[in-house]
Design a protein around this ligand. Structure first.
Ligand code: SF4
Length: 442
């Protein structure tokens, strides 16, 4: 393995926007607030739900329901190194080792397996949407059966076409209407149109601010690393209808804007190469993922996972169409187009793919997407075997070797471009040049 360790660039660390708490601290508090609110509701004897991360939660907000998110919670548990033990507990209950690690961790917890990680109150109902994947449906059916509670299901069929056809939107709007009826029966309340519209307005504000923050990776050098976005995933998953989350992401974008002006970055190393990181990160091994990249000056400036949570829409029909676009529910053409646009805008010269054993729908599409990248973008692509939660499926040595291979190819190509007097940074010439004097991202 390449033993080169790059020194930090002195004085490049960004500072918070004057007079404001750092955005990262503000956003950490928001997630704590969501889980705290759920516990408070439980203590008051109110209903608390568990929701899949891309369920249109605006519907539940119209009923003032408190909801927590098993995927986000399982990722936290895995990051705190209790995922493997919880996965094994689920396997002891009879759940197969091949099932997504998030589901195994959560099913073990739902069955009463204790953890020292963050705690969630047990659910009184579950909200499931299969725009994430179809495994989700079975996971939530098991939760509902285990606790003998209602399951409100929104079925969003896989998108075989790039455009969302009107008949599919009709079908999804029908699903929303049925879910509203079920929520009315569950809560004994009428659907509150005003609260729904307010929730939609906040969700759109949060999504816009999040996408704006993500867009700063287009600058070179980038004022952030994709790993910063991974650290903020909890907020965009668990708090997109919270005003404080919108404010936190707006502040985060302001901080990146300030960094662009001041020439600072959370990536405090020379940016020798810029790459796309594909897939969900291995939460228990974030440091193991980051270190070899850092040591070789490889900044992650494109990630698919983070902006995939930026749903923006105007009205119920656009909302339905927006929620039908998730990484595992769109066709290959859309998946390729998303990634290739980002690769060009963010100026990458290589890609690193996590063949995530937990997430088979995502990993299953990757060989064809990789093939298209090599053909369309002429970039080197390497992949490694990983897992978002189950540490048994990740090998640090394999990962280090794959990163080394990628760096060697990128070094060679960079040297060739330098010899030709070309831009050595990236394959693409439309990467934003940092202009310290003015802001250019709206
Ligand atoms: S990680 Fe993959 S398999 Fe697991 S819930 Fe998410 S989309 Fe489904």
């Amino acid at each position: 393995m390449n033993k080169k360790v790059l020194e930090k660039i002195p004085g490049i660390k960004p500072r918070p926007v004057e007079g404001r708490k750092p955005a990262a601290a503000m956003l950490r508090d928001v997630v704590d607030m969501v889980y705290g609110n759920a516990w408070d509701a439980k203590e008051r004897g109110e209903l608390v739900g568990w929701s899949s991360s891309k369920f249109p939660i605006e519907l539940a907000k119209a009923f003032d329901l408190n909801v927590v998110y098993p995927e986000n919670w399982a990722a936290t548990t895995a990051a705190k190194k209790d995922g493997l033990r919880m996965c094994q507990a689920a396997e002891d209950m009879g759940y197969d080792n091949d099932i997504c690690g998030y589901a195994r961790i959560n099913l073990a917890y739902a069955a009463g397996e204790p953890t020292d990680s963050r705690k969630m109150p047990m659910p009184d109902f579950v909200l499931c949407c299969n725009n994430i994947c179809n495994m989700m449906t079975k996971w939530y059916e098991n939760l509902a059966r285990m606790h003998n509670i209602p399951m409100i299901m929104i079925d969003i069929p896989f998108s075989n076409t790039v455009e969302v056809p009107e008949e599919k939107v009709d079908y999804m709007v029908g699903q929303f209407e049925h879910a509203i009826k079920q929520l009315e029966e569950l809560t004994g309340k009428k659907f509150d149109e005003k609260k729904f519209e307010d929730a939609c307005a906040v969700a759109n504000r949060t999504a816009s601010a999040w996408l704006k923050a993500c867009s700063y990776m287009q600058y070179k050098p980038s004022p952030l690393s994709g790993f910063d976005l991974f650290n903020h995933m909890a907020d965009i998953v668990a708090a997109r209808c919270e005003v404080k989350a919108a404010e936190g992401f707006e502040l985060l974008a302001e901080e990146f804007e300030q960094s662009v002006r001041e020439g600072t970055s959370t990536w405090e190393y020379p940016e020798e190469h810029r790459i796309l990181f594909e897939g969900i990160p291995c939460w228990p091994g974030l440091r193991a993922l980051y270190e070899p990249l850092k040591n070789s000056g490889v900044n992650v400036t494109a990630v698919v996972y983070a902006p995939a949570f930026g749903f923006r829409y105007d009205g119920i029909r656009e909302m339905a169409a927006a929620y039908s676009k998730a990484p595992c529910s769109v066709c290959i053409e859309t998946g390729v187009e998303w990634r290739e646009t980002m690769a060009k805008e963010n100026g990458i010269s290589g890609a690193l793919v996590n063949y995530n054993r937990s997430c088979k729908p995502w990993s299953g599409a990757m060989p064809e997407i990789e093939r298209r990248w090599k053909e369309d973008l002429d970039i080197p692509v390497v992949h490694f075997d990983g897992d978002q939660a189950d540490e048994r499926n990740f090998s640090t040595e394999q990962y280090n070797t794959r990163v080394q291979g990628l760096v060697e190819i990128m070094d060679e190509r960079k040297a060739e471009r330098e010899a030709r007097g070309e831009d050595v940074y990236t394959n693409f010439d439309n990467t934003k040049e940092t202009d310290w004097s003015k802001s250019t991202i709206d």
